[in-house]
Structure formats: structure tokens, C-alpha cells
Design a protein around this ligand. Structure first.
Ligand code: TXA
Ligand code: MG
Length: 335
């Protein structure tokens, strides 16, 4: 299917991808069309193993320091939810990189994904397999529901284990920059290569915003993204306790942990008790960020299907995978 220029949705450890042959401009054009994605937002190129990196990235164009960082990162963190922005090779069509001189590359840690790539030209361009701007898919069913007939083939690999997209890291220059927080925590990267700069969470980096990365941006970091159909409001801590009964009517609540939900429940004023109980979901009873990330998009899909008037979501503690969870929630709320 890939060799014929078709599109194959496939499982990865982060989210499902909408794959096309990275060397085939026709297939790349189809990806943008099916997703409704603007062409200025470049794609991630997936390869089966680190040895294939030279086919898409121009490693000779990296300085010695960057090459050392590259080695340390790929050795420890590939395959895995880490995407590296590197100088691109000419063989990669401009359509894949939106005309940028760089290419974003990753080796997914999912057997089905790697076997698919190995059967292809060796490079599969794949954004998340959702309509542009909507919640990302962590189940094959999500792809069926939102893209369905527009995809030639959907491979079902069960629920995505990590549940949030890869961390996008630009390792060029003196100080590497996280362009998108994701499934590889900043802490794990810094343990290997030292201090990295990170965009302010919540999509302040974007085509429409400033950046904390010396001007380096990820074109896809639009403020409004990952958005459910119902409006989403994010809350620090348990400030959702302060909502008036009117605010709760028809709303759904998404808590990071069970303790916060319990605090919210016990803090509700008596007159709220008589009102209809809103829908309540918890990402992780014990407050485990790994579990919370794995359940984030699926829970948002489920809440959104109930068509609530508004979804109130509690932010996670801003460390480890919490940074990626909060980034997705903030951008789902429109900034
Ligand atoms: O986990 C993931 O990364 C998933 C799975 C399918 O691998 N893919 C994914 O792709 O999230 P997508 O297209 O939804 O997000 C790709 C991100 C966008 O923010 C895009 O702007 C950025 O990577 N990106 C791609 N190429 C880039 C480049 N050359 N320079 C800077 N950012 C780039
Ligand atoms: Mg996406």
C-alpha cells in the first residue's frame, strides 16, 4: 500500500500515525489533504532503526558537539518517543519538511510500526492520524471514527502505551531546544546531554507566538490544537472547586488524580448536591503521570463523545510527563 502511494494508519507507542512513503511527494500531499493540515506544518519521518538515519538526515552537516549529543540520545532513547530535528538530506522531498532545511526523525518503539517501515522504502512520514486540530488517536477505533474511509488501511495495534506524542528536540546549536514536550521527559534528555531550553508550555511557541528557544520554533505548535469539540477550560490545582452550580450544569470534569477529585467532591457546596451530578473522569487514581499520559487522549475522546457543554480539566504537576499532559490540555483549551 505504501509503495503504491497509499496511506496506512499504524500504531506507535505514542499515538497512531497516518503514514505515507516519505520519498513520494504524491503520498505526502495526500497526508496533508486527508488531515486537513496546513502545508507549513512539517511531518515527522519514521525510520526502523538508527542505522537508517543517514538516508534522511545529513549527519556530516552537524558539528562535533551535536554529533556527540546525537549519539548519546539515540543510544539511550531510540527506539522511543523522541523526535530529533536534524539537517535534511536532499532525497527527502520539501513537502515533508515544509521547505525547511531540517528534517524531524524518529524510531518508534512499536514492533508493528518498525516492521511496516522495514517493508516500505525505509522512511515513513506520519503525523498523528487525526483531523488537524482535533484530539490525537490512541486507539485504532479513534482513527476509524475520525478519518475512516479516507485512509487506505488501518493497522490495529491496541491502545498506545505512552499516549502523548514524541518530544521534539532540535539538537543543533550550542543549546538544544525542546520544540514540543512529549513522551520523553525533559529530565531524561538533560541527564544525557545537559541543560536544554524548552518552550513555555501551552503553545507559546508557534507561528503566531514568541519563543524561549532563541527563535527556533516547531511550525506545528499552534496554540489551538488537540481540541475537543466541547470547549475546554484548564485549572491549576483544585480551583475547579470554586465553580458555581450554574457552571457545573452540563459540564464534564477531568481530574489528574483521585485525591483532587475527592477534595473537589467534599468541597462542593450543599446546594450543588441537589443539582445533577456532572460527568467526572480521573486520569490516574494514584497520580501517576505515566498512567495519566497513557489515558489522556482516550479519556478526552470519551468525554467529548458525551457532548458536554464544557470540559473542565485539572492540570498535572509540571514535571516528567506532566509537562506534555499540560501542554496538550492548554492547547486543547486554545492557549
Ligand atoms: O509521537 C509522534 O511524534 C507522532 C507519531 C505518529 O510518531 N507523530 C506526530 O506528528 O505527533 P505530528 O505531525 O502530529 O507532529 C509533528 C510535530 C509538529 O509540531 C511539527 O511542527 C514538528 O513535529 N516538526 C516536524 N518537522 C519539523 C522540523 N523540521 N522542524 C521543527 N519542527 C518540526
Ligand atoms: Mg498531531
Amino acid at each position: 500500500m505504501l509503495s503504491a502511494g497509499g496511506l496506512v494508519a499504524f500504531p506507535t507507542e505514542t499515538v497512531y500515525g497516518l503514514g505515507g512513503d516519505a520519498f513520494n511527494p504524491g503520498a505526502l500531499a495526500k497526508i496533508f489533504e486527508v488531515k486537513g493540515r496546513p502545508r507549513f506544518d512539517p511531518l515527522i519521518v519514521h525510520i526502523a532503526d538508527t542505522d537508517a538515519l543517514g538516508n534522511v538526515a545529513d549527519l556530516d552537516a552537524l558539528d562535533v558537539a551535536a554529533r556527540k549529543k546525537l549519539e548519546a540520545l539515540t543510544e539511550s532513547l531510540w527506539p522511543g518517543p523522541l523526535t530529533l530535528v536534524l539537517p535534511k538530506r536532499k532525497a527527502v522531498p520539501d513537502l515533508a519538511t515544509s521547505g525547511l532545511p531540517t528534517v524531524a526523525v524518529r524510531v518508534p518503539a512499536h514492533e508493528t510500526a518498525r516492521r511496516l517501515i522495514a517493508l516500505s522504502s525505509g522512511a515513513v512520514a506520519a503525523p498523528s492520524a487525526n483531523p488537524f486540530g482535533y484530539i490525537s488517536p490512541t486507539l485504532a477505533e479513534h482513527v476509524v471514527q475520525t478519518l475512516g474511509e479516507k485512509v487506505d488501511l488501518i493497522l490495529d495495534g491496541g491502545p498506545a502505551r505512552v499516549g502523548v506524542e514524541s518530544t521534539v528536540l532540535d539538537i543543533r546549536g550550542e543549546r538544544p531546544a525542546i520544540l514540543r514536550p512529549g513522551g520523553t521527559p525533559r529530565e531524561a534528555i538533560e541527564a544525557l546531554i545537559g541543560w536544554v531550553s524548552a518552550a513555555p508550555s501551552g503553545g507559546a511557541v508557534g507561528v503566531d507566538g514568541g519563543s524561549g528557544n532563541d527563535g527556533r520554533v516547531s511550525p506545528g505548535m499552534l496554540k489551538s490544537h488537540y481540541a475537543p469539540r466541547s470547549p475546554l477550560t484548564v485549572h491549576e490545582g483544585v480551583s475547579v472547586c470554586d465553580l458555581s452550580p450554574a457552571d457545573e450544569t452540563g459540564a464534564a470534569f477531568l481530574f489528574f488524580d483521585g485525591a483532587s477529585r475527592d477534595a473537589w467532591l467534599s468541597g462542593r457546596s450543599p446546594e450543588k448536591g441537589s443539582a445533577e451530578m456532572p460527568v467526572v473522569a480521573v486520569l490516574s487514581e494514584t497520580g501517576d503521570a505515566l498512567e495519566a499520559a497513557a489515558r489522556l487522549f482516550q479519556t478526552m475522546h470519551e468525554l467529548d463523545r458525551l457532548n458536554p457543554g464544557r470540559i473542565h480539566a485539572q492540570l498535572a504537576p509540571e514535571r516528567g510527563l506532566g509537562a506534555a499532559i499540560n501542554d496538550r490540555l492548554r492547547r486543547g483549551s486554545g492557549g
